[in-house]
Design a protein around this ligand. Structure first.
Ligand code: PA5
Length: 435
């Protein structure tokens, strides 16, 4: 099992400062642990890796196989927690150009995402791209009433019905939603679509390890058993109530200490473009969990070295309001050696025989040193490699750290009352009945 470690040496925080929080952390730990199996609390994700329904899991695999066999494209319809984790895992664990690979190289269906915006050009362009291919749809919405995916589903359901006829379309539509509630559940029951249940006690942004994420992830040929093994390993590893032995809680405490030092922004940095959507998932997890009651660290993301040529200047010399957490993947899957050239017109012979992964690592070390010297405290989360079990582990690590961090801050990690504000304005402007 690949491990994850957290290094606070450049965080500007003394380990004694962290330990001051021991009692508070133990109290919160005991409180969430006690409620973990309650149907009424949104804490179902806590023991999920060891408790998930194995029968549902087999159904996921069976449906994934069917989609792989009869489809060129799987259209994933969802927004926020109903698609970000899925996309994060698929992009982290497949070829960097998965959707652009030939069918033979890719082996599994293309995965495309819709229902995460209201832009007509995006939808038109997607329809144009896929209309001649064989398509399946996985529509995901816990509430079953979210406008963006509901509109996309209507459009793509119509597309499938026109293309295949109602009966065949029915077999190509997979619905992931609440067991009983919501318009999507009603529609799925009436149309007899294959359905997957999102557990009541797991909220959207904590749901990637449920059918929400696992069906499309399995369709992309990723081993979902291994993902769950990694998550299960993390569940055991971070079950320790003692702050001293729990890196996940230490990270949560460190964030709170830095926040008290007016570090109001956390930038999560990666040196691997495959982690772009993982950062998007992390931004939603922390942003929606903590940003309320006029509190919370603003979660931002950067991809280095790309963003060293855009946001790097601000990070180095702009307002000192941030800290940086680097997601460091120790071992690259692939490497490239730099050649020696007799004339060295590009001046690169000093790098001859060096691997690109080595150069990337030096860029990371140089950047961390520069940022720390410039007043940006740094935390490093190191993964041995990027694979199924480490992604499962990392997801669980952040989910638990996020809950602890929000509770230390004194806010509810599992609601998102602010999200309703734009909706009611939009509905009023659209003259939706009742608004
Ligand atoms: O974390 C959350 O609960 C939200 O981000 C939801 O996932 C998002 O709003 C989508 O909601 P739904 O799955 O109900 O369509």
């Amino acid at each position: 099992m690949s491990n994850i470690s957290v290094n606070f040496k450049n965080s500007n925080i003394d380990s004694k400062e962290i330990m001051v929080y021991s009692e508070e952390v133990e109290k919160i730990h005991a409180m969430i642990d006690k409620k973990a199996n309650s149907k009424a609390e949104l804490l179902g994700w806590l023991n999920w890796p060891s408790k998930y329904a194995k029968r549902e899991f087999e159904k996921i695999k069976k449906c994934a196989k069917r989609i792989q066999e009869n489809s060129d494209v799987l259209v994933v319809i969802g927004i926020g927690g109903s698609y970000l984790g899925t996309r994060a895992v698929i992009e982290a664990l497949t070829n960097s150009f998965y959707n652009l690979q030939s069918k033979e190289d890719r082996k599994f269906p293309q995965i495309l995402y819709v229902g995460n915006n209201l832009n007509p050009t995006y939808i038109k362009d997607m329809i144009e791209l896929i209309q001649d291919k064989d398509i399946s749809i996985n529509v995901i919405s816990k509430s079953g009433t979210t406008t963006e995916p509901a509109i996309a589903f209507r459009i793509f359901r119509n597309l499938l019905e026109d293309k295949y006829g109602i009966k065949e379309a029915q077999k190509r539509i997979y619905v992931t939603t609440d067991k009983e509630k919501g318009a999507l559940r009603q529609l799925a029951d009436e149309e007899d679509y294959e359905t997957f249940v999102i557990p009541n006690n797991i909220g959207g942004r904590y749901s990637v390890l449920t059918p929400v994420g696992l069906l499309p992830i399995a369709v992309a040929g990723i081993d979902i058993d291994k993902i769950m093994e990694g998550a299960r390993f993390a569940q055991e590893k971070y079950a320790d109530s003692s702050l001293k032995y729990n890196d996940c809680y230490k990270y949560a405490v460190a964030r709170n200490i830095l926040y008290k030092q007016e570090k109001n922004i956390e930038i999560l940095a990666t040196y691997n473009p495959k982690m772009h959507y993982f950062i998007e998932w992390w931004k939603q997890l922390f942003g929606e969990s903590e940003g309320k009651e006029l509190k919370g660290i603003f979660p931002a993301g950067v991809e280095f070295t790309t963003d060293l040529h855009s946001l790097g200047q601000y990070i180095q010399e702009g307002k000192r309001c941030m800290f940086e957490t680097v997601l460091y993947i120790e071992k690259e899957e692939e490497d490239i050696k730099i050649n020696f050239e007799d004339d060295s017109l590009d001046g690169l012979n000093y790098l001859a025989d060096k691997n690109l992964s080595y150069i990337n690592k030096k860029a990371m070390q140089g950047t961390i040193n520069a940022h720390v010297k410039g007043g940006v405290p740094n935390i490093v989360i190191k993964m041995e490699k990027l694979d199924e079990d480490s992604i499962g582990h990392l997801i669980y690590f952040f989910e638990k750290a996020c809950a602890m961090s929000a509770l230390l801050l004194g806010v509810n990690p599992f609601n998102q009352p602010g999200v309703e504000k734009y909706k009611s304005n939009m509905f009023r402007l659209l003259e939706k009945p009742g608004f």
